[in-house]
Design a protein around this ligand. Structure first.
Ligand code: GAR
Length: 198
């Protein structure tokens, strides 16, 4: 798999740890970012992972061309978005249909976007959570693979909610990818279901 990120990279780190422990049987071919100074890229380098800077300052087409070439040369099967705050073009998504996965810190379709935890907290919902889904051409949209709920208590602050959500993300993402990589998800109508023992 290739991991794409824009920020601090805690989900990338959690996945890298699960790969290293053998819980997730996958190889991280490279970690790519649109931001050269993303903390997640520094962390990936310190883990000895290959990194790639996507040149979005030269335009989306050029950035995706660079990404595409690297995906092809490394024979990557899966593209795993972990806090990647850019929309991939419909052409790119079409090329890698059902092979791009995203994690989002809300119960989609509620609160898509880049501020989902804050949006849910400020809205006053009592329950929010985490969603892992396949990526289509719309933002934070596509067939849902897994969701886990997080209750918002009266005592919660935005910071405590963020902590709870990230802890769930770090647990849910590798487990979902494990099932996905093993081919256990099947599409039934609009619903993705898991088949077989796991
Ligand atoms: C995560 O909470 C992830 O769900 C979110 O960005 C954060 C990245 O954190 N993604 C989105 O909001 C996608 N719309 P991390 O860099 O520490 O993994």
């Amino acid at each position: 798999m290739a991991i794409l990120l824009s920020g601090r990279g805690s989900n990338m780190l959690a996945l890298a740890q699960r790969c290293a422990q053998g819980d997730l049987e996958a190889k991280i071919c490279f970690v790519a970012s649109d931001k050269k100074d993303a903390y997640g890229i520094m962390m990936a380098k310190s883990l000895g992972l290959k990194t790639l800077l996507l040149p979005y300052e030269e335009g989306k087409e050029q950035a995706e061309k660079v990404l595409n070439e690297k995906l092809q040369s490394d024979s990557v099967d899966w593209i795993v978005l972990a806090g990647f705050m850019r929309m991939l073009s419909p052409t790119f998504v079409g090329k890698y249909e059902k092979r791009i996965v995203n994690i989002h810190p809300s119960l989609l379709p509620s609160f898509p976007g880049t501020q989902a935890i804050k949006d849910a907290f400020e809205y006053g919902v009592k329950v929010t959570g985490v969603t892992v889904h396949l990526v289509d051409e719309k933002m934070d949209h596509g067939p849902i693979l897994s969701q886990r709920e997080v209750r918002i208590c009266d005592e919660d602050t935005l910071e405590s909610l963020e902590e709870k959500i990230h802890a769930i993300e770090h647990d849910l993402y590798w487990q979902t990818l494990k099932n996905l990589f093993a081919g256990r998800f099947k599409m039934k109508g609009r619903r993705m279901t898991i088949e077989g023992p796991y």
